[in-house]
Design a protein around this ligand. Structure first.
Ligand code: PGA
Ligand code: ZN
Length: 441
């Protein structure tokens, strides 16, 4: 193989800590021309069962069985051996090579965490060697849409030890003219919410994604408190700022039905009852996006939900699709959901992530690039959101540096793009045709 500046010279990995203090893998990749890339892999708590496998040292008592030394050894050993001398600029081939080396449908041999670390580190090293920021190296000149942030300011579900069953109560500042203005609006609402909760003698401790985790009397009460905070910050809900929820409904599934697993675990509900509840909320509140309103295998329920609300509301499949093109295709064919949450570690390579996004965008599905509840200081997803003109990003609240790091990186990208930058809020709801037109302009 002829050597070029993007030929892989060396590859190593280490165990580092994520935002929950749990180990995760970080990969360093160096190219012959000197370009180097570093990527740290995120980790979920409310993971879908169809996700690619995160390899952990379950039998080793270190870190309570959560160590990732096997994944580290896989990078340093078989992966490094197979990729030495490989041209990292051929991302699709590199990712294919990794999949072949693993040779399982869910990356359980080498670990999706090991594979993803290498895949992302390669992309970052190539960007470095081209002297370009990652968003530009991946997306070229068309990459210039700054995403609408879905800011998770109240945490519940599996992400907080409080009374709320719904995992994420989010605000979307669509009325801003720029991303930086959207970020300021979000931060102002977050500050107003803190004051409000304090005045109600609620705790202002935060959950895994940096949102407050109060013990409110019901899920609907959380919606009301967020609306109040928006107003107290000087904004009009439904005009400048919209609401979004991640129910993480898979956590509610129990014995073939649903239940409010924290507030009323004894009461069983059918999908139709949840759908009626969402319909009521959509008519009452400026709620424009509902993620995982139902469980990961409730395809019939998802079809009913989509026929009831799909023309008015963004219905996002997270655990339903797990960034998996095959599952997404089924959703498109069966009219289940109309948007997809994109998490790089659900599928395990950059190429497969981009494939899922392309499939979604071609079908007119909305696309939201997302963090995990366990994160690091790595800001790759900020670049990915701009590279793909995704239009939306979900990266937590306005606190905790592993969340804010992504927002800060988007500020830098917006500044760098200058007058070419476009904030997706100005064209909400973002449709693929609009994004395409814009990319050509
Ligand atoms: P997770 O949560 O990272 O814990 O899976 C995020 C989400 O459900 O969107
Ligand atoms: Zn989710």
């Amino acid at each position: 193989m002829a050597s070029s500046s993007t030929t892989i010279k060396s590859l190593t990995a280490r165990e580092v800590l994520d935002s929950r203090g749990q180990p995760t893998i970080e990969v360093d990749l160096v190219l012959a021309g000197g370009g180097c890339g570093r990527a740290a892999v995120p980790s979920g708590a409310s993971t879908g069962s169809h996700e690619a496998l995160e390899l952990r040292d379950t039998k080793d008592p270190r870190f309570g069985g959560k160590g990732v030394l096997k994944a580290v050894a896989n990078v340093r050993g078989p992966i490094a051996k197979a990729l030495k001398g490989f041209d990292a600029s051929k991302q699709a081939q590199l990712d294919q090579r990794l999949c072949e080396l693993d040779n399982t449908p869910n990356k359980s041999h080498l670990g999706a965490n090991a594979i993803l670390g290498v895949s992302l580190a390669a992309a970052k090293a190539v960007a470095k060697s081209r002297g370009m920021p990652l968003y530009r190296s991946l997306g070229g000149a068309p990459a210039r849409v700054l995403p609408i942030p879905l800011m998770n300011i109240v945490n519940g579900g599996a992400h907080a030890d409080n009374t709320l069953d719904i995992q994420e109560f989010m605000i979307m500042p669509i009325g801003a003219k720029t991303f930086s203005e959207a970020l300021r609006m979000g931060a102002e609402v977050f500050a107003a919410l803190k004051k409000l909760l304090k005045s109600q003698k609620q705790t202002t401790a935060v959950g895994d994604e940096g949102g407050f985790a109060p013990n409110l009397s019901s899920n609907e009460e959380a919606i009301k408190v967020v609306l109040q905070a928006i107003e107290q910050a000087g904004y009009t809900p439904g005009r400048q700022i919209m609401l979004a929820l991640d129910v993480a409904g898979n956590e509610w599934v129990h014995n073939g039905a649903y239940r409010l697993f924290k507030s009323a675990p004894e009461k069983s509900m059918r999908a139709q009852e949840l759908i009626s509840q969402y319909e009521r909320w959509v008519s009452q509140y400026p709620l424009v996006s509902i993620e995982d309103g139902l469980g990961e295998d409730d395809w019939i329920g998802w079809q009913q939900l989509t026929s009831a609300l799909g023309d008015r509301v963004q219905l996002v499949g997270d655990d339903l699709f797990v960034t998996n093109t095959e599952r997404l295709r089924r959703g498109i064919a069966q009219r289940a959901a109309n948007a997809i949450l994109i998490k790089v570690n659900q599928i395990g390579t950059l190429t497969e992530t981009l494939e899922a996004m392309e499939t979604a965008q071609r079908a007119g599905f909305g696309t939201i690039i997302s963090h995990r509840s366990g994160e690091t200081e790595d800001v790759t997803i900020a670049h990915l959101a701009v590279a793909t003109n995704a239009g939306q990003i979900k990266t937590g609240s306005l606190s905790r540096s592993e969340r804010v790091a992504k927002y800060n990186e988007l500020l830098r990208i917006e500044e760098q793009l200058g007058f070419r930058a476009v904030y997706a809020g100005t064209m909400w709801p973002l449709r693929k045709s609009q994004a395409k037109k814009l990319a050509k302009a």
